[in-house]
Structure formats: structure tokens, C-alpha cells
Design a protein around this ligand. Structure first.
Ligand SMILES: *Cc1c(COP(=O)(O)O)cnc(C)c1O
Length: 392
């Protein structure tokens, strides 16, 4: 007996190998600092935890919720989106609750993709994008993200045959893993491209609230005509430190959302009502002057401490404008994996080899700034001490 063929596409082998190596290093008594996984290390704001606590104590919140989410939650999403981006969505049919945006991204392909359909996926990219296409039996066409193009895909280089067969394009700015950003001009080009070739656009805006130096990432739906062609995923995981709560949402074109809602209504019964109430408290409480979101300040400071520290010891990395990631070019003479495994064995620091996110990630490692300032300084010291930059 063998498991299904589609599993052969899903082996995230590098992550597993890095984890095994981490255990071996720890068995030698070395305290490993893990900057691998992108899970926020900070708690949600006190008023959010308070709301969750009160909701959990209610007797009437333990029935099955509904897959599409409470109307009160969807209304809070619509209000917050309008407050943040000036974008209007109808909570009745243009907002769908998700058990984390991962849930929506994983199931969107099942709602829209048949065998033979092509999906345009960024390379490097967040792993679920390609995985979801394989799960649905579709075909991945990787769009290379290169430093010389500011990590934006070159739409004009997509072959005609692929444009004909493509049904869906997935984008993500601010980007994981490359930490690049996109402006409204680029999104407008995407809208024209999608209209011309009849392609659905799914934009992942998970890092809208982690941006630095006064930069404010746009929503894809701010581009004129975007709602005609696309949807946008967002999540409370990064923006409100609620990753473990599993709550997110998709907004935008109702004809694109509807089939996703049908898939989900057959699979899940929605997000725990108490978690939805906590999410409402997070979204409603996030207004200027009432409860300013300090998240960007925290990560901006970490970014500065870390990158300036690495510069001093000989590792020159551009400062990202957004996300909690540093996309670090590795010195010549190394490949991503050998560099990351040497750093783990000799400095006790976990980073992710760039090629874990696609072929185009070779030559980089991704470092997540998910530890406090002092630990990041310790990482700099360890990298300096192990002498990895004075070799090869
Ligand atoms: C963390 C992350 C998400 C969030 O996933 P959830 O399922 O909402 O926790 C989505 N997209 C990207 C690119 C991420 O890095």
C-alpha cells in the first residue's frame, strides 16, 4: 500500500532535515537559537486576551460555529479594511472567515483548479502556494522573483501558452520569504494583465501591519478594478500575534469567494466563537490614538539591531521595508543548505536555506526576527565567533 501520488509533491524535505540537525546539535548540549520558523514570539494585546477569556467563560459559545464566520466578525473585518486601506467590502458576501489564511490558500485551488489548469506561483514563495496547486492536481508555473527586478515577477516574460492555460495567479507583498514590497502601480499592472488573460488574482497580505520607516503597504484591492479580478487573504496571526488562534479571512470578489465557501462548508464548521470574539476585539480596538499597533516599531528595532550588527561583522544585508524576515544573500563559495547547516552546527543558530521556498531561493537564507533584541545580538556574536565569513 502506498499513500496518494500527490503526497510526493509535498515533502518539505529541507525543513525536516534542519529539524533533525537541530536535535543533534542540542544533544551536544548547545543551546540552539531558532530563527527558522516564522511564528511570532509576542502575545496578543491584553484587551484581546481579556476578550478571549470572557468569551471562553460563556456557556453559549460551545456549539458548532458556521463555516463562513459570525456576521459580527465579518463586519469588524469590513470596518478595519476600510479604516486601514479605504477599501469597502460587503460583510455579507465579500468577506469569508478562515481558520487562518493557510486554510483559505489551501482550499482556493480545490474550488477553482482542475487537472491541466495552470497556476502562476512566485518562486521563491510561501510553501502552501505550490502545495495547494499539487493537491488540486493543477500545474505550477513558477514566476521567478529576482533581486534585479525588486523581487517582482516579470509578467511580460510569461509565455503565451501559459497565459492561455493559467487560471489563477498568487501574489504576496510584503513578501515571505524575500521581504520585498509592491506598490499600487504594480498591482494596477496585475489587474490589466488578469483582465486581458482572464486570470484570477489571489493576493496574500499577511504582513500589512509589519512595515518600517513609515512605509504603509497597500492592499491589492486599492488598485482600480482589482475587485473585478481578485481576492485578498489576510490573517490575525502576524498583525495581532494570534497565530495559535487560527483565524484569518479572505475579502474581495464574491464570485471568486463563493466556490471557496462551498468547499469549506463541506470540510469545516468554522472558527471557535470565542476566537472570533477575540478577533473582533483586536480589529475594533486597532484605531489610531486608541490602541496604536506597536508591532511595526518592535520589528523595526529588531531589524536595525540585527542588520547593523551583521554589517559590523562582515555580513552585508539590505534592510527590508516590511515583514519579520531578513532575506540574506550568502557569501560566494557556499550553497544555501551548506551555509545554513554550517551555521547550525558551528554557531547553534537555525536559519532556513532559501531553496526551501523554490529554486530561485538558492543563494539566500531566510532569517526570522522572532526573538528579542538581546538574543539577536547573541546571534550576531555567535556568527562572528564561528568565523564563517573568514572562510572560503
Ligand atoms: C504566516 C503567513 C500566513 C498566515 O497564515 P495563517 O494561516 O493565517 O496563520 C499567510 N501567508 C504568509 C505568506 C505567511 O507568512
Amino acid at each position: 500500500m502506498y499513500p496518494s501520488q500527490r503526497l510526493t509533491h509535498l515533502t518539505s524535505a529541507i525543513f525536516t532535515t534542519m529539524n533533525q540537525m537541530k536535535k543533534i546539535v542540542e544533544q551536544k548540549g548547545i543551546e540552539v537559537i531558532d530563527l527558522g520558523i516564522g511564528s511570532p514570539d509576542l502575545p496578543p494585546a491584553p484587551h484581546v486576551r481579556q476578550a478571549l477569556q470572557e468569551a471562553v467563560a460563556r456557556e453559549d459559545y460551545y456549539g458548532y460555529p458556521t463555516s463562513e464566520g459570525l456576521i459580527a466578525f465579518r463586519q469588524s473585518v469590513a470596518n478595519w479594511i476600510n479604516y486601514r486601506f479605504g477599501v469597502r467590502v460587503n460583510p455579507e458576501n465579500e468577506v469569508l472567515a478562515l481558520m487562518g489564511s493557510q486554510d483559505g490558500l489551501a482550499h482556493l485551488t480545490m474550488a477553482w483548479i482542475d487537472p491541466g489548469d495552470v497556476v502562476l506561483v512566485p518562486d521563491p514563495g510561501y510553501p502552501i502556494y505550490a502545495a495547494s496547486v499539487h493537491l488540486a492536481g493543477g500545474e505550477v508555473f513558477p514566476m521567478p522573483l529576482k533581486a534585479e527586478n525588486q523581487f517582482l515577477p516579470e509578467l511580460e516574460n510569461i509565455p503565451d501558452e501559459i497565459k492561455r492555460r493559467a487560471k489563477l495567479m498568487i501574489l504576496n507583498y510584503p513578501n515571505n520569504p524575500v521581504a520585498a514590497t509592491a506598490d499600487l502601480d504594480f498591482f494596477s499592472k496585475v489587474v490589466s494583465f488578469a483582465k486581458e488573460h482572464q486570470i484570477i488574482v489571489a493576493h496574500d497580505l499577511a504582513y500589512s501591519e509589519m512595515a518600517f520607516d513609515g512605509y504603509n503597504p497597500p492592499s491589492f484591492l486599492q488598485a482600480v478594478g482589482a475587485k473585478d479580478v481578485g481576492v485578498e487573504f489576510n490573517s490575525l496571526s502576524k498583525s495581532f500575534n494570534m497565530a495559535g488562534c487560527r483565524i484569518g479571512y479572505v475579502i474581495g470578489n464574491q464570485e471568486i469567494i463563493k466556490p471557496l465557501a462551498i468547499v469549506k462548508s463541506n470540510i469545516d464548521y468554522g472558527v471557535f466563537t470565542a476566537v472570533q470574539q477575540a478577533a473582533i476585539a483586536a480589529l475594533d480596538g486597532d484605531r489610531e490614538g486608541v490602541n496604536p499597533n506597536h508591532l511595526s516599531k518592535v520589528y523595526e528595532h529588531r531589524r536595525n539591531v540585527f542588520i547593523e550588527g551583521l554589517n559590523r561583522v562582515g555580513w552585508f544585508i539590505p534592510k527590508p521595508k516590511a515583514t519579520m524576515f531578513v532575506w540574506a544573500p550568502i557569501p560566494s563559495g557556499w550553497d544555501s543548505f551548506s551555509f545554513a547547516s554550517t551555521l547550525l552546527k558551528e554557531a547553534g543558530v537555525v536559519v532556513i536555506p532559501g531553496n526551501a521556498f523554490g529554486q530561485m531561493g538558492e543563494g539566500y537564507v531566510r532569517i526570522a526576527l522572532v526573538r528579542d533584541e538581546n538574543i539577536l545580538k547573541e546571534v550576531v556574536r555567535r556568527i562572528d565567533k564561528c568565523g564563517i565569513f573568514s572562510r572560503k
